[in-house]
Design a protein around this ligand. Sequence first.
Ligand SMILES: [Fe+2]
Length: 216
Amino acid sequence: MKTLLINLITVIMTTTTVSQKFSLAPLPYYKQSLEPYISEQTLMFHHDKHLAGYVAKLNELIEGTEYAYMTLEEIILKSDGAIFNNAAQTWNHQFYFDQFSSSPLREPSGAFAEAIRSKYGDIKGLKEHMTKAALALFGSGWVWLVCNDNGELDIVSTQNAGTPLTDGLHPLLTIDVWEHAYYIDYRNARAEGVKAFWEVLDWKVIEERYNKCCKR
Ligand SMILES: [Fe+2]
């Protein structure tokens, strides 16, 4: 009976802790559809080369380790070094690419719009604060609009692969301030890249994220 029980537990553990591989999520739009603001060539390199590279490297690094049985978010919260960098860059980029549209909603509404008004005056004020943070960030990194567990909005910057997830914050939108995000289209003019970013950002996506994570 004891042997039967041990065998049963072994079978359950084997079937519920299956090692997984992460895959490259496709873009939710055609690569040429964000032009002229973000070019097809930029998306070909940014998504098909950079993000694909992070995903492939992550799978290579976690194979045969405890991380092979975790979700992407769990890996980000529990790892460091190269595994953290590739896991966080995978998450950050998927989150980044999902926020654009060829026919974006230009402004949020409802509780989200009210929260923006309360903190930054209006949507223009929020964009100015985030743009300023993106231009001030030294080197590579990300600028985020987040909310905390109380639903309060804030703007934070992270270096390299850094993500607000490790501080318990809820990301709503992000500007990729790595040069690979804008160099093909705007060369060293980061300000031009950030200006173009706002033209294809879909506030419908951001408002849905707010309503899911921040609305009280
Ligand atoms: Fe990037």
